[in-house]
Design a binder for this molecule. Structure first.
Ligand code: SAH
Ligand code: SF4
Ligand code: F3S
Length: 475
């Protein structure tokens, strides 16, 4: 998942405010794609209850910040934004400010105490309750709901597509996480893992297809443990009854269903977990050309000792074996990863193992982070955050420098080859150019040509590259 915190202006908006509008809501999202996807659920819930969606914080009656708690800097960014909103509230005393998402879940009452500005606090499983909480706040009473659920998947909520290009959309297929990686706050902010009814996933694909979308990304913190056996909280496969087993649908099965039902739709998914990533998923990917050959497989560290401390459930050798399996079934697949520099007790030798693993795999791209201790996580309780800041910085920089070289080499291998590029729209940097993605999820920029429209799939030949972008031309 792309965990870079960012502000998302809302591009594609609801129609005119209904006559009976109870007020306008502006939603700003931070964190991973899961949060951006949740904001679309929030928009839908609010619209259903007579609120309308606004594009401008300054014009809204209600401002929601959908927040991320994954690293300290993600939280700092939200606090800075809250300070900005303070001045808006001075000129608009009735403005309702809501804090949603992972930071809301993590801080709970503390938020209402510390941040006098916040009127509503709602965790990721409480979004159906938002209209009530907002009504309560409009009456002058601050409201909070941070209950986590074993069942909530918002399966019946039709998301209002907020950001994006009308070409590619996200579909949440599961929520929560049961993994307990020691560094990670997500199991605490998003609760237990639960899978969504596949019929509602297929229905959401159908709606998107009817609206002209050409690509979907199936989202979950660990999509490989998707398991549907007729509802309720997930159980381990071996605990299912014989009847449940016969009906159970795992991730490979779900992929197959979506790929078969929508042969014209490009299908992506994220995030895969190295421990649970099966050959069955790879075989399914190899079988259906509309499942994109791109796998995001976060490794976190190249050292088995550190992986154990992280409770990741695999070793360096296991990870490399999974990479070999990918190369065997999908020789043209692109692979990306997440890496954490400077986890508790990481030595120079552990760090070198991360660098050598990166070289060995030759990742096409990577998201790279400095370890940030999160209060309440197993690592915060059990281990000392003992790698000095300057050492973390230096190791992270070495990782980034190496990845820049690997990304450039990956792009150089594509030069001279032709790819089927799904056009996303005009390039942000130069308006006389268009951009789109290869099946391997690499961004290609190419010259404008009469008749090109977002959503088309074009044959583009790669003629040049940088470490960040491929440059294309038409044959
Ligand atoms: N479910 C996904 C990850 C979600 S969080 C998975 O298991 O891969 C996205 C990434 O943020 C993680 O892969 C990890 O690299 C990073 N991350 C999580 N907690 C972190 C922390 N405390 N400090 C630094 N990076 C962290
Ligand atoms: Fe966090 Fe691990 Fe779950 Fe990913 S799999 S969300 S890193 S606990
Ligand atoms: Fe995502 Fe951040 Fe929550 S990465 S799951 S929004 S803590």
């Amino acid at each position: 998942m792309d965990p870079t915190a960012q502000v998302s202006p809302l591009h594609e908006m609801a129609p005119e405010a209904p006559f009976h509008s109870k007020g306008s809501v502006y939603i700003e999202s931070y964190g991973c794609q899961m949060n951006f996807s949740d904001s679309e659920i929030v928009a839908s819930v609010m619209q259903e209850q007579g609120f309308h969606i606004s594009q401008e914080a300054s014009q809204a009656d209600i401002v929601f910040l959908n927040t991320c708690a994954i690293r300290d800097n993600a939280e700092q960014r939200v606090r800075a934004r809250l300070r900005e909103l303070k001045s808006l509230k001075k000129s608009k005393p009735n403005l309702v400010v809501g804090m949603l998402g992972c930071m809301a879940e993590r801080l709970r009452e503390q938020l209402l105490d510390q941040e006098k500005l916040v009127d509503v606090v709602a965790g990721p499983d409480a979004y159906r309750d938002l209209p009530r909480l907002v009504d309560q706040a409009l009456d002058g009473h601050r409201g909070m709901n941070v209950l986590l659920s074993l069942e909530e998947t918002y399966a019946d909520v039709s998301p209002v597509r907020l950001t994006g290009n009308g070409v590619s959309a996200f579909i949440t297929i599961m929520r929560g996480c049961d993994n307990m990686c020691t560094f990670c706050v997500v199991p605490f902010t998003r609760g237990r893992e639960r899978s969504r009814n596949p019929d509602t996933i297929l229905e959401e694909c159908r709606q998107l297809w009817d609206q002209g979308y050409k690509e979907v990304t199936l989202l979950g913190q660990n999509v490989d443990s998707y398991l549907w056996f007729g509802g309720g909280p997930k159980k381990e496969f071996h605990r299912l009854t014989a009847e449940e087993k016969a009906q159970a649908l795992d991730f490979a099965g779900l992929l197959k269903k979506v790929a078969e039902a929508f042969p014209g739709l490009r299908i992506r998914f994220t995030t895969s977990h190295p421990r649970d990533f099966t050959d069955n998923v790879l075989k399914t990917m190899a079988l259906y050309p509309n499942i994109c050959p791109y796998i995001h497989l976060p490794v976190q560290s190249g050292s088995t000792r550190i992986l154990q401390r992280m409770n990741r459930g695999y070793s360096r050798e296991w990870y490399l074996e999974r990479i070999q399996a990918i190369r065997k079934y999908l020789p043209h697949a692109a692979i990306s990863t997440d890496i954490i520099a400077g986890f508790c007790s990481e030595t120079e030798e552990d760090h070198q193992l991360t660098l050598s693993l990166m070289e060995e795999v030759a990742f096409d791209s990577a998201y790279m982070f400095k370890y940030s201790e999160r209060p309440g996580t197993p690592a915060a309780k059990k281990f000392e955050d003992d790698v000095p800041e300057e050492v973390k910085n230096r190791r992270l920089q070495e990782i980034i420098d190496l990845q820049r070289r690997l990304s450039l080499q990956s792009h150089q291998r594509d030069v001279g080859h032709t790819f089927q590029v799904l056009v996303e729209g005009p390039s942000r940097r130069s308006p006389d150019q268009f951009c789109g993605r290869t099946p391997q999820n690499k961004m290609v920029v190419f010259p404008w040509k009469a008749g090109i429209k977002a959503g088309q799939v074009l044959s583009v030949r790669i003629v040049d590259c940088t470490s960040a972008t491929l440059m294309g031309a038409f044959i």
